[in-house]
Each structure stands twice: as structure tokens, then as C-alpha cells.
Write a protein that binds this ligand. Structure first.
Ligand code: TEU
Length: 551
């Protein structure tokens, strides 16, 4: 299937389904739930890292790219998952963390033991003085001193995640070998973690910023990706690849994903998910503005379209708070309707949908009250940093309550009647959402009107209508503070999406924007049962969302 018709489902295995009663989800747990995913209609599953790892960053700290962490099962479990998925028409995408390895990886251990060839796999600098002012994304300096070597090594993330040296050809060869190993097993997709950070530039210390501009979208990233493509996944044109891009630009994103460049199929960018950052700072509380959100989304839609690039469409992942709490309404009166509205707004855009586990049943954020309920390394680091900056405990907890990555990581509630929500037979590794008795898979499957079936319909529509998978994107009413309105065109077809992001009734006279002919079109998707129209005016109710087609 062409990647523009696909919908990909992201699984964070430790929180999906626990098959062996240790409180942590596993690969056999995914196999057990394949029928559920088949029912939803997705085409590919992206599984976040399950390779051998000390789990300091929940698997994004890989100690061996060829082995499965016993926490998640065995190679036999993975092979069974792959085979059973394929039999259902579901393919798999693995998460390649190639910017860094765990410091427990054999390469890094040899480097520490003095092996110079392995030291050249990483980014070591001589001397006790901190080489540059670069900051780790998880807080503090990005350099760690190793006294017995009298050297510093670079870690853009946790101190246990040492950055690899892509300038070293031996490193690139090793990583290509890893991809080919998994391709040989039958894996059909790869997600590349922070792949635009792999070229570290020239280590200039500007003494002002945090180093970001020296290691983001470096000049050699394109060449590295071209090489990777040519020597591994590029040999099979049906392979699906997505690069996770940290703070990238539209121009760079086009270079990474444009059809003729032969690098990656598509990219993730996060600019639209920074719309609730105060002055660019994640650890802050800010009400988002729809006008700003639209500006970011449509600048990217138009820019990437103009360059013939391709984007992943997503609202959430394992690093993000839950979308319904963030951009919709998590109170019971509006949770379902706003979750459906958000799905329409995002997944009818130009790109490939990535649906994150639990989003299809409208999971809200966790309601942790105690710092000890959080597990994430970044959350704990920032708790300390914010306290040291002078914020009192309660103020920090308020920020964590909307920003912690753990909101996206709470275990899937499979049923409401069970003490552990049917996720496990024992206490899960991270607390459940409070409302799991009302919000769970079992109930969603029994209710024809649930968010689940709305997602199912959206996924099926993308396959059925080329205008959704291929059409041109045209935004409307960019300055409207409550509505998101856009059109897709694939001559002579036209599709119009109108979504009300607010709790208020909003009237829109379609004749003022020359869109009234859509009122004679087909209603392809709606989150209410009927629409209210007077002459050419649509009277939209709270979070109402419709999709009209002239086909
Ligand atoms: O995240 C990369 C990334 O851009 C981080 O800045 C991330 O958004 C972070 O959560 C900021 O708050 C990827 C993975 O998705 C993440 O889980 C890993 O922790 C990280 O890389 C390091 O491998």
C-alpha cells in the first residue's frame, strides 16, 4: 500500500498490555491485542524501543541493537508477533535510536576501558575543562567528565546516553548492519530517533546559547541519510521510514523527505506541539492560541507540499501529554465530541496519520498528585531544576500536571471492571488514569458512537478517497480564533473540513468565504448527528466538526 493511504499506530510496549503479570507490558501482550488493532484498521505498528537496555530512558538508551530486553520478552516472541501481524495485514516499524547508545553498550564500555578505536565511536574531548557550553535536553551540561581518561564525552540527552560519532565510517557501517538485520527478519518500517542531531558540527562555543544551532540539521545529515537509504531500506521501495526531527526547519524537512531525494519517506516535526510553551520553554503553563496553532500547522503543510516532501500527522506520542486534555476538553461533557473533532482536524491533512495508543479511546492526562507517582527521568530532572530555580513544590507540580511525558505513558485501560484495568494482574509500573472505569477499550468497542469507531472511519476514509491521501491543501480563515477550516483539492474533487475548537456556538456564513456550494455536497464525516444550517450559515455547536465533499 502506498504510504499516503496508510495509518500507523504507535505502541509504547511497557504500557500496552502485560501478558506475564509483572506489571510491565511486553511483546506477547501486543500479539494478544492484534485483533483489536485489526478492528481499528491500521496498517503498521511502530513499536518504541524494546532492545536490550538499562531502561534509564525507557529503552531509548540501547545497550545492544540485536537483542530484545527480557523485560519485553524474547526473539521468539518478536518473531511470533511479526508473523501474526503479517497474517492480519499489519506490518511493523522499529525505533532506531542511532544518535546515541547507552553507556552500557559494549562499544562504550570498551571506550571507557581505554580502547581508542571505540573511543572514536563516540564524541570524546581531552581535558578536565568542559569543551563547550552545550546543554543536555534533559537538563544540565551535555558533557560528562571521565576522570580516569581525563576526557569528556558528549550526551545531548541523559548522562547514560552517549552520542555516537557519525563522522566515523565504522559507526555508520555498524548502524547499517543493524537495519539490515531487522529488515532480514521482515520489518517493513523504521522510525529514526532524533536523526537530525547526528552531525555535531565543529564544536564552537558561542558562550551564549545552549549549543542547539551547532548540532541541529548539520550539513552532513543529508549525506548520512542518503548513504543509509542506499545501503539498507532504500533497496525496497515499499519500506516506510520516518525521521524524528528535533527543532528542524521546513527547508530541512523537505530535504529529508522529498520524493526525489531518496532519504526518508517522511518526518515528524514538533513545532505545533510547542504552541503551549511560554517563550519557547516547555516547563511552563500556557493556554494555546488556535490562530498560532493554525499558523504553524499550515505553514508546514504548505511549505512541505511546495517542496514535495511528506509529513507524519500526529497529536501525541510517548513524549507528549494527552491531546484531549491539551487541545480539547477532558471534562466528561465534551471529552468524546472534542476528541473526534481533534481527530478530524489532524488526520484529514496532507500526510500520514500516526495514532498513539489510547488516543483512539480519548485517554486524558494522568492526575498524579505526588512526585513519586512520576517515573520519567526528564520529569524528575526538571522537578529538581525548577525547584532550584526557586519555584515552590506546588507550582512545579502544576507544571508537571500538564507537561510530564508520563501522561502519555499511563497503561492502556482494557476494561473498567478490573482493579488494574485489565492491563495487568498486578500493580502496573506507572499509575493508571483515574477515570479508567469510564474510559476503557471494552466500553469503547461496545458503543457505536465511541471515539474508537470515529477513528476507524477516518482510517477507512483515507484508503477510500484519493482526495484525502493525495489532495492539495488549502487553508481558509487563518485569523478565525475558534474555527479551523481547510480544503483539500484533487481536480475536479473538493473536500472541506470545518472544526470548532471552542466550547461556544459559532456561526459561519460560508458565502462570505465563497464556500457555500459545499452545503450541497456529501457529508463524509460528522461528530454530531445532524447539522444546523440557515441559508448559507452553519451554526456550529461546541467542538462540532464536519467534513463535506464535492466528489
Ligand atoms: O525524543 C527526542 C526529543 O526531541 C526530546 O526532546 C523529547 O521531545 C523530549 O521528550 C523533550 O521533552 C526522542 C524520544 O522520543 C524520547 O522518548 C527520548 O527520550 C529521546 O529521543 C532520547 O532518545
Amino acid at each position: 500500500m502506498h504510504f499516503n493511504k496508510m495509518s500507523i499506530y504507535q505502541i509504547y510496549p511497557r504500557s500496552f498490555y502485560d501478558s506475564n503479570g509483572d506489571g510491565v507490558g511486553d511483546l506477547a501482550g501486543i500479539t494478544a491485542k492484534l485483533d483489536y488493532l485489526k478492528e481499528l484498521g491500521i496498517d503498521m505498528i511502530w513499536i518504541t524501543p524494546f532492545f536490550l537496555s538499562p531502561q534509564r530512558d525507557n529503552g531509548y538508551d540501547v545497550a545492544d541493537y540485536y537483542q530484545i530486553d527480557p523485560l519485553f520478552g524474547t526473539m521468539a516472541d518478536f518473531e511470533e508477533l511479526l508473523a501474526k501481524g503479517k497474517a492480519l495485514g499489519i506490518e511493523f516499524m522499529l525505533d532506531m535510536v542511532f544518535n546515541h547508545t547507552s553507556t552500557e553498550h559494549a562499544w562504550f564500555q570498551s571506550a571507557l576501558a581505554g580502547d581508542e578505536a571505540k573511543q572514536a565511536y563516540y564524541i570524546f574531548r581531552d581535558g578536565a575543562e568542559i569543551p563547550t557550553n552545550w546543554l543536555s535536553k534533559f537538563g544540565g551540561s551535555a558533557w560528562q567528565y571521565v576522570s580516569h581518561l581525563d576526557k569528556h564525552y558528549l550526551h545531548l540527552f541523559d548522562v547514560t546516553q552517549a552520542d555516537l560519532n557519525w563522522k566515523n565510517e565504522a559507526v555508520r557501517q555498524e548502524l547499517i548492519k543493524v537495519i539490515n538485520y531487522w529488515i532480514d527478519k521482515g520489518v517493513m518500517g523504521f522510525r529514526f530517533d532524533v536523526i537530525n542531531l547526528i552531525d555535531k558540527g565543529d564544536f564552537i562555543d558561542d558562550n551564549h546559547g545552549d549549543g542547539r544551532k551547532y548540532y541541529t540539521d548539520g550539513v552532513r545529515v543529508n549525506d548520512y541519510l542518503t548513504e543509509l537509504n542506499k545501503l539498507s531500506f532504500g533497496k525496497n521501495p515499499t519500506m516506510v521510514t520516518v525521521g524524528e526531527m528535533s527543532s528542524t526547519t521546513i527547508e530541512a524537512a523537505v530535504g529529508y523527505s522529498a520524493r526525489l531525494e531518496n532519504r526518508l519517506r517522511m518526518i515528524f516535526n514538533f513545532h505545533h506541539l510547542k504552541v503551549d510553551y511560554e517563550a519557547g520553554e516547555k516547563w511552563s503553563v500556557k493556554q494555546f492560541s488556535l490562530v498560532e496553532l493554525k499558523k504553524i500547522l499550515f505553514d508546514w503543510q504548505l511549505g512541505v507540499q511546495a517542496g514535495d516532501g511528506w509529513q507524519a500527522l500526529f497529536w501525541s506520542n510517548h513524549d507528549q501529554p494527552r491531546v484531549v486534555s491539551r487541545f480539547g476538553a477532558s471534562d466528561p461533557a465534551y471529552r468524546v465530541i472534542s476528541a473526534k473533532m481533534l481527530a478530524n482536524a489532524m488526520y484529514l491533512l496532507r500526510g500520514t496519520p500516526f495514532i498513539y495508543q489510547g488516543e483512539e479511546i480519548g485517554l486524558p492526562n494522568a492526575s498524579f498528585m505526588d512526585i513519586h507517582q512520576y517515573r520519567d527521568v526528564e520529569t524528575h530532572n526538571y522537578y529538581q531544576i525548577l525547584r532550584e530555580k526557586g519555584l515552590v513544590h506546588d507550582a512545579v507540580m502544576k507544571i508537571l500536571a500538564v507537561k510530564s511525558r508520563d501522561h502519555g505513558r499511563t497503561p492502556m485501560p482494557w476494561s473498567g471492571g478490573d482493579a488494574h484495568a485489565g492491563f495487568s494482574t498486578t500493580e502496573p509500573w506507572l499509575g493508571l488514569i483515574e477515570a479508567y472505569r469510564d474510559i476503557n477499550v471494552e466500553d469503547a468497542l461496545q458503543d457505536n458512537n465511541s471515539i474508537f469507531y470515529h477513528y476507524k472511519e477516518l482510517i477507512a476514509m483515507r484508503k477510500a478517497y484519493s482526495i484525502i491521501s493525495e489532495g492539495e491543501i488549502i487553508p481558509h480563515l487563518m485569523e478565525h480564533s475558534q474555527l479551523m477550516v481547510y480544503e483539500r483539492r484533487l481536480f475536479p474533487q473538493r473536500l472541506l473540513v470545518i472544526t470548532n475548537f471552542s466550547k461556544n456556538n459559532v456561526a459561519l456564513d460560508l458565502s462570505t468565504v465563497a464556500l457555500e456550494e459545499f452545503l450541497f455536497g456529501d457529508m463524509l464525516l460528522h461528530n454530531y448527528t445532524y447539522s444546523v444550517v440557515q441559508n448559507s450559515t452553519l451554526h456550529l455547536r461546541p467542538y462540532e466538526s464536519l467534513c463535506f465533499a464535492l466528489i
